[in-house]
Design a protein around this ligand. Structure first.
Ligand code: NAD
Ligand code: ZN
Length: 350
């Protein structure tokens, strides 16, 4: 099967590779339609590793995917050939202790597409458990379906925040994950979201959504902006979506007493946070690792028109142009929120 293979750091090729194709009783076979490029795919391409995950052998990239079911295993119920679907890229061991506790996203034995040594899905076909495959509502496109994966991180953040109706939120960082988190926070009941960044382009995209106000920290102090928006009280929920040390200084100066800080960004190195500031406000602190049990809810919100991911699609490349797509992604243009690759060139369907 022809796939986009990361041969080693800095070297991609579009070539034939043998990929597992056995269909188990609980599996579905999917013809891929659209696959988004994630910051992690780009990081493996440019750096060859993320933390302890090191690319030591050729690996197919891609984990934000949608497609069409072309075969179902004998035990599969509720999905059929022809269904348009998107997939959760992480498959836990469902008998594990973490899964039994309802925390399948932190199962240490989870296998996750395009995380070494597991292949991703920038290829024509894949086999996946039906339990982690979700039918797209008719009014949700393949492009939107392939954006459910990054949106699911925002959904998990909103869930972990335990938002109350009317809460004011601050999202630090207007990257893809920050914007997804801001949208999930609004859908989850926040009345308004202030989002901070140093990039005017990113803030313009985020601020294009009703309910989201961009704060350019090159021009405006985030502390002052939050104080002004909350009559000096502080925001109910802060979502940290930068992973940057500089952002951590503000966290406990902008959260209200008794408020919540949700850590979404993953600092590459340990960072310092102001524990005294946190305790003085008796803040609740939460962490987010990917997501669990949110894909179906994300699709329901998109289908209901409560979340619109379409403005975040910055470019679509043909499968043959996958390497050019990755080169563009590696440029990290500030206007690019989400780049996608259309794998299925035959079907007309959107
Ligand atoms: P990104 O690089 O596109 O976005 C980060 C943004 O933060 C950039 O726009 C940058 O300009 C901005 N920024 C940097 N310093 C800032 C500061 N001091 N104040 C305000 N903004 C600042 O990355 P992304 O893809 O959006 O991911 C964001 C973070 O989330 C990363 O750390 C990533 O590793 C992490 N992440 C976590 C999970 C999870 O499961 N917890 C999943 C995916 C990504
Ligand atoms: Zn990702």
């Amino acid at each position: 099967m022809k796939a986009l293979v990361l041969e080693r750091v800095g070297e991609l090729s579009l070539r034939d590779i043998d990929l597992p194709s056995d269909l188990g009783a609980g599996d579905v076979r999917i013809r891929l339609h659209t696959v988004g490029i994630c910051g992690s795919d780009v990081h493996y391409y440019t750096h060859g590793r993320i933390g302890d995950f090191v690319v030591n052998a050729p690996m197919v990239l891609g984990h934000e995917a949608s497609g069409t079911i072309i075969e179902v295993g004998t035990d599969v119920r509720g999905l059929k050939v022809g269904d348009r679907v998107c997939m959760e890229p992480g498959v836990p061991d469902l008998t594990s202790r973490a899964s039994k506790l309802g925390l399948y996203n932190v199962d240490p034995n989870v296998t996750f597409w395009a995380t070494p040594p597991v292949h991703g899905v920038l290829c024509p076909e894949t086999v996946h458990p039906a339990a982690f495959t979700f039918r797209l509502p008719d009014n949700v496109t393949f492009a939107e379906g392939a954006m459910v994966e990054p949106f699911a991180v925002g959904m998990q953040a909103a869930k972990r925040a335990q938002i109350s109706p009317g809460d004011t939120a601050v999202v630090m960082g207007a990257g893809t994950i920050g914007i997804m988190t801001a949208l999930a926070a609004l859908a989850g009941g926040c009345s308004k979201v202030l989002i901070s960044d140093l990039s005017a382009e990113k803030l313009a995209i985020a601020g294009g959504y009703p309910g989201i106000t961009g704060i350019n920290i090159r021009e405006t102090s985030l502390q002052e902006a939050v104080a002004q928006a909350t009559e000096g009280w502080g925001a109910d929920v802060i979502f940290e979506c930068t992973g940057a040390q500089a952002a951590m200084h503000d966290l406990f100066r902008i959260v209200r007493p008794g408020g919540t800080v949700v850590f979404v960004g993953l600092p590459p190195e340990p960072v310092a946070i102001d524990i005294s500031g946190a305790t003085a406000r008796e803040c609740r602190m939460e962490t987010v690792f990917r997501y669990a049990n949110v894909f179906d809810r994300a699709l329901d919100l998109i289908a209901a028109g409560k979340v619109d991911l379409k403005p975040l699609l910055s470019g679509t490349f043909a499968f043959e142009d996958s390497i050019a797509a990755f080169e563009r992604a590696a440029e990290a243009r500030p206007q690019d929120v989400k780049l996608q690759i259309r794998v299925d060139t035959e079907s007309e369907a959107e």
